[in-house]
Design a binder for this molecule. Sequence first.
Ligand SMILES: [Zn+2]
Ligand SMILES: [Zn+2]
Length: 194
Amino acid sequence: MKNKRFGRLVAVELTKKNNRSAWLCHCDCGNTKIVRADHLRSGAVKSCGCLNADKKKERFKDMTDFENDNFKVIEKVESHNQRVQWLCLCKHCGNTTVLNSSEIAKTKSCGCLKKGASAEYMAQIRDFESLKSTKPTKKNTTGVRGVYVRNRRGITKYQAFINVNKKPKYLGTFDTIEEAAKVRKQAERDFWGK
Ligand SMILES: [Zn+2]
Ligand SMILES: [Zn+2]
């Protein structure tokens, strides 16, 4: 096994670990690590640990504000079982949806494209800069600036956004329009000084 490569590891010197035969390995990243021979052979260990760290980093990559043709990522959603998901704004209709990073790349919409989103709805969501006004427009679905209706699995909630530095900032999701409006008002004071 000497000088043989196992993933990022190259076996350099035979040694022992917990009374089992093991190899001192050089990792591509520059570290050395003693790895049990059976773990090398089975492929259970392929790096000094840097491989997992890299994968983890990829998984936890901050996608906030990432945009493609279909979605704008608003924020990370803390999820059970360690799966990283992202709250995304669907650019086609303005609904939000929770997706993981591969879904963001593969999915075309929150589902609205199948149903067909109204042109008015689409215009409203593209025109984030208009949200900077505090006057509600008739285009706004809730009548409150920066507050949008979210329907998911038949449950209606209200999501508040505010434009900060020309970017929509997600303020939260609320059960009632009043709560959402209150948070939006406070945000206007906090971010715009109004
Ligand atoms: Zn390494
Ligand atoms: Zn949509």
